[in-house]
Structures are given as structure tokens and as C-alpha cells.
Design a protein around this ligand. Structure first.
Ligand code: ARG
Length: 231
């Protein structure tokens, strides 16, 4: 019989940088993207009636990709700050985070961020961790494309410390990293994550905010939260 042409599905292209577990990561040998942000982005897309396509790139390439139209949304544990608000439009905050220092377990010299003066610090390119590392007096900062490379460098003792987001460091330690590494000091700076869209695309930001509010109301946000962070 006659087949009715299917309505083409609307696609939402979501950009991310997937070395940021438990927010976005790829299991070894897996092509799919796991994590809190990935589940949240898929749920938001579904709520909005879109099919979600995840696009992977360097963290520092995400905002340029939004502005050139290669992606529609950034879901990458991106902290909302004034500098970025000049370049993109953020959704309502969806997660409260902060930065922390991680060192090798046998490092008894670095007890807080104050002890990082003149030390070697690793971080990820384009992150708030990099910005904070560059504010440490006389520090030698190495910014890596991925967080995995930064961790490797710390393990090899090529650097003395890493500055990265506290929930990401916490997850790494809990997954076995605590055999050789630890955090020191308090959370350096409170930050909130937002989804980003092209600057001025208030229509899309509004749709995202509406979907996010709906997911918070219907329990879906809590369900995703529990999957990745426990209660
Ligand atoms: N929250 C930090 C920032 O906004 C780090 C985000 C890194 N995200 C990632 N997917 N690698 O700069």
C-alpha cells in the first residue's frame, strides 16, 4: 500500500568534550556518550521533540562551533561566567560545582592552593581550571587538550598538581584514582553549569529552559541525577 512519507525528525546537535566523567565520557571501546550531561541533553531534546546528536570536540572549540553554526547546544559541564556570557547565551543553571586541587598521594608539601606558588600545574585548555591556574603566582601551567592527559602527566610526576572541577576529581578518586592521588584544600570557587546556545538565540534557550523545568517537575532530572551521583 501507499506509505506516508515520515516527517523528517528535527535534530539537535549537542557539542561536548568527553573526558569529563561523570558528566560526559566514553567507555573504553564504546562509541556512545555516557554521563549526566549526556542523559540530561537527550532528555531535554526528547522533551522538545528533537533527536539528539552528540558531537565531540576540544573544549576550547565548543564556543566557536556554536557561533559558526556547527552545533546548536553545548553540554559540557560549562561553567556560567561573565566572560562567556559575552560570547554565548546560557540556559538556567543545572548543576552547582566548583574547582579543587588534586595532587599525588605522596605529596606532603601542597596542602592547599596557596602552596601552589611556583609549582607546576596541569589543567584542561579553555577551562576555568586553566584560568585559576594562570592566576597562581610563578606557577608553570601546562594546559592539555583532554583531562585524561592532565591526569597522566600528574601520575608521571611531570606536574605537581591539577586544578579541575570538584565532582570530576571526586568521581576519578572514587573510581580507583585514590590509590595514588588525593585532593587538598577546599573548593576554590563555586561555579554553576549551564547549557549554552549561540549568543542571542533566546528562542532556543527558552525552549531548553522550559524543557529543563518540566524535567525537574516530573522527576526525570532527579532520576538522571541519582544515576550519576547517587541520592
Ligand atoms: N567547568 C569547567 C569550565 O567551564 C570545566 C568544564 C570542562 N568540560 C569538559 N567537558 N571537559 O571551564
Amino acid at each position: 500500500g501507499d506509505k506516508k512519507a515520515a516527517e523528517p525528525e528535527k535534530v539537535l546537535r549537542v557539542g561536548t568534550e568527553p573526558t569529563f566523567a561523570p558528566f560526559e565520557f566514553q567507555k573504553e571501546g564504546s562509541k556512545s556518550y555516557d554521563g549526566f550531561d549526556m542523559d540530561l541533553a537527550r532528555a531535554i531534546g526528547k522533551q522538545m521533540g528533537y533527536k539528539v546528536e552528540i558531537v565531540s570536540m576540544g573544549f576550547d572549540a565548543l564556543i566557536p562551533a556554536l557561533n559558526s553554526g556547527n552545533i546548536d547546544v553545548v553540554a559540557a559541564g560549562m561553567s556560567i561566567n561573565e566572560e562567556r556570557q559575552k560570547a554565548v547565551t546560557f540556559s538556567e543553571p543545572y548543576y552547582t560545582s566548583g574547582l579543587i586541587v588534586m595532587v599525588n598521594k605522596d605529596n606532603n608539601e601542597v596542602k592547599s592552593v596557596k602552596d601552589l606558588e611556583g609549582k607546576r600545574i596541569a589543567c584542561q585548555i579553555g577551562t576555568t581550571g586553566e584560568k585559576n591556574a594562570r592566576n597562581v603566582a610563578n606557577a608553570k601551567v601546562t594546559a592539555f587538550n583532554t583531562n585524561d592527559e592532565a591526569v597522566m602527566e600528574l601520575k608521571n610526576k611531570g606536574v605537581d598538581a591539577i586544578i579541575n572541577d570538584s565532582p570530576v576529581v571526586g568521581y576519578y578518586l572514587a573510581q580507583g584514582g585514590n590509590a595514588s592521588m588525593k585532593t587538598v584544600g577546599d573548593i576554590m570557587e563555586a561555579e554553576q553549569y549551564g547549557l549554552a546556545v549561540k549568543k542571542g538565540n533566546d528562542k532556543l534557550a527558552g525552549e531548553i529552559n522550559k524543557a529543563l523545568a518540566e524535567l525537574k517537575k516530573n522527576g526525570e532530572y532527579d532520576k538522571i541525577y541519582k544515576t550519576w551521583f547517587g541520592e
